[in-house]
Design a protein around this ligand. Sequence first.
Ligand code: SF4
Length: 239
Amino acid sequence: MQSLEDELDTARQLAVADLADAIESIGFECTRCGACCTADGEDDHTATVFPDEVRDLQQTTTTDDERDWRDIARPMPYGLAESENGDLEGETFEWALQTDGCGDCVFYEEDEAGHGACIAHDDRPLICQTYPFSVALAGTSQPMGEAVESVALEAQREAGEAGDEEGIVRAHECEGLGRDISRDDAEELARALKERAVRELEEAIAVRDRYRPADPGPGEVVVHDSEGAKRMDGTPLED
Ligand code: SF4
């Protein structure tokens, strides 16, 4: 099995042009359906956000007032237990974009005609910039929705490393898949996809190296991110 460091080397060596080829071959155009920003049936919207992205979103120019950390992010719920009073408790290793009372991303708003939009579009996290694509390396995260398509990079095929069934570029459920995409848009998406894969692996390595069991008490949550252990409001645990 590859170490996270090996996977990070692989991610850093990904050629943007090859990723763009794969994206072009799958095809994508956002239909603005809002499915990737809203609750999925009974499940709240769940998308990973990095600590520095939370800080950028706190200062997003779409609002006059700086938002609190908890207005932007919540502990990733996976691995947390439910306490007796229904609150989550335990340790987790990522932040997720905060959700509203309907389980939708807090930055998703619909106008009266029902057209949805991201009010933080210019500051939206890498996972949003790259939806519905992901890079299949150990240590990278997969967005909501099953992978429905997978494409090997030209270099993988030439090296006889993979057919499309285990291709490195994955596409997840989305009604915009299969639509024509311009080369410029495919390359922009490819650049963000590579940046996201590198960032996810850098974060995973930092979390692994910094992790010390925090032993949270009943009703407490500790988030171990790449900057250390934090409380739910984003403040360091050791303060
Ligand atoms: S930040 Fe914007 S693009 Fe990302 S899930 Fe929320 S509304 Fe959608």
